[in-house]
Design a protein around this ligand. Structure first.
Ligand SMILES: Cc1cc2nc3c(=O)[nH]c(=O)nc-3n(C[C@H](O)[C@H](O)[C@H](O)COP(=O)(O)O)c2cc1C
Length: 267
């Protein structure tokens, strides 16, 4: 049975939570899953202090000892992950933002490959599309495969929605769940897009050339065999993708050499 982990970032168990419950119910109609709710407010997750330890030395050097690793383990073991948030001042609420900050090292050392991602945003008026874009971008950097997000606009705490309003919400949840279920069952190790491939090759070239081999990012890429591999995971690339990968490396090398020369001149 597939495991779904839903991270709920509202400070209260209300509209967003109810949408999440409806999402689980709908998903059950497609496929029975092990569905775990993580209510961020109930977790012990201190605010990032900006020490840079996780980014440079490694996440194990974070000064906080709290629920962060427990949450990461849940994501590591999931087949699908949902981040559900209300729109707060055109952004995710602080609870979710702190969670993302605490996991910021995953931008440097992506790990959630072959896992589907769904962003759910509830809002009263406007701004949810940008939040969806933001969460999908974060998820993509972290390795997830994105399904199209679900953005629902309705007034909070009203029991007097018209039947057609209620039907619209139900239809939107159904459509989002159908798409998420599709991604959940996509074949593993999908061929990356040109953009993702280009970025991977550019990043790995820059890590290989620019950073000390004692630093965590270098070690992580090295241990995963990413300095030699085609992509983050085994995949067969066609001719055009191989050419794009090659070009990215040439550009990466050029940028790194230029930077080194400029630094040498300064010294
Ligand atoms: C502090 C705060 C800020 C909000 N900011 C926005 C906003 O910028 N745009 C919007 O459309 N709705 C905004 N809302 C409305 C909520 O996003 C919306 O009612 C949401 O469904 C509430 O979800 P919840 O019940 O899970 O907290 C805001 C609500 C609060 C409490």
């Amino acid at each position: 049975m597939k495991k779904i982990v839903a991270i709920m970032g509202s400070p209260r168990k209300s509209e967003t939570f109810k949408v999440l419950e409806r999402t689980q119910k709908k998903l059950d109609e497609f496929e029975k899953t092990e569905f775990e709710y993580i209510i961020l407010k109930e977790k012990n997750l201190h605010a990032c202090v900006g020490c840079f330890n996780c980014l440079t030395k490694g996440e194990e050097y974070c000064p906080h000892k709290d629920d962060r690793d427990l949450l990461i383990a849940l994501l590591d073991n999931a087949d699908g992950v949902i981040f559900a948030v209300p729109n707060y001042a055109l952004q995710v609420p602080a609870l979710m933002k702190n969670f993302l900050d605490r996991l910021a090292f995953v931008f440097h050392r992506p790990r959630f490959f072959n896992k589907s991602f769904l962003a759910i945003i509830t809002q009263a008026v406007y701004g949810g599309d940008n939040i969806a874009k933001y969460l999908k971008e974060v998820a993509s950097f972290w390795g997830f495969t994105n399904a199209q997000a679900l953005v629902l606009t309705f007034l909070p705490e009203t029991n007097d929605r018209t039947l057609s309003e209620e039907q619209k919400i139900e239809n939107n949840i159904s459509k989002a769940v159908k798409r998420f279920h599709g991604v959940l069952n996509h074949s593993k190790n999908m061929v990356p897009s040109f953009g993702k491939l280009f970025l991977f090759r550019l990043v790995r070239t820059s890590i290989k050339k620019n950073i000390k081999n004692t630093l965590k990012d270098y070690k992580y890429f090295n241990e995963n065999g990413w300095f030699e591999s085609s992509y983050y995971y085994p995949v067969k690339l066609g001719l055009s993708k191989r050419a794009v990968g090659f070009m990215a490396e040439i550009i990466g090398n050029y940028i790194s050499d230029k930077k080194k020369k400029e630094l040498a001149k300064k010294e």
